[in-house]
Design a protein around this ligand. Structure first.
Ligand SMILES: NC(=O)c1ccc[n+]([C@@H]2O[C@H](COP(=O)([O-])OP(=O)(O)OC[C@H]3O[C@@H](n4cnc5c(N)ncnc54)[C@H](O)[C@@H]3O)[C@@H](O)[C@H]2O)c1
Length: 117
């Protein structure tokens, strides 16, 4: 299955890598160019024991890719939105990153795809 994961933080990067390990074809998307460059070079921006090895194995097998654009969403059967939802001053989740990611994904997504957040 082709999967796009939007947001390569703690949730998105670990989920995307594990989906690739399960033999899915995964593209992890982030607007942070520096982070995507690090990931493309095989670096892991978060501390998660075992993740770097898992990433390297799946990058090598061409099941795991990283991108700053949403092109992969066009062919994806499932799109996961895993961007941050930090607490606002009043304690509510700030959903502005989620809305922005959803808008970018909706511009590319095909009619059959499932979007999860
Ligand atoms: N970290 C946890 O332990 C944890 C646990 C349970 C639930 N969650 C929830 O999961 C979600 C993700 O959390 P996280 O900790 O992985 O966040 P994070 O802050 O570590 O990562 C979010 C990533 O999304 C990227 N991003 C922001 N806007 C974007 C956009 N428009 N397009 C593409 N990428 C974009 C950021 O650059 C960042 O790399 C949040 O809703 C959080 O509340 C997190």
């Amino acid at each position: 299955m082709k999967i796009s994961v939007v947001g390569t933080g703690y949730v998105g990067l670990v989920s995307g890598t594990c989906f690739a390990e399960l033999n899915h074809e995964v593209t992890c998307i982030d607007i942070d160019e520096k982070k995507i460059q690090t990931l493309k070079e095989g670096g892991c921006p978060i501390f998660e024991p075992g993740l770097t090895d898992l990433m390297k194995r799946n990058i090598q097998a061409e099941r795991l890719q990283f991108s700053t654009n949403y092109d992969s969403v066009k062919d994806s059967q499932v799109v996961f939105l895993a961007v941050g939802t930090p607490s606002s001053d009043d304690g509510q989740a700030n959903l502005k990153y989620l809305y922005a990611a959803a808008e970018s994904a909706i511009n590319e997504i095909n009619d059959e795809a499932i979007i999860c957040y």
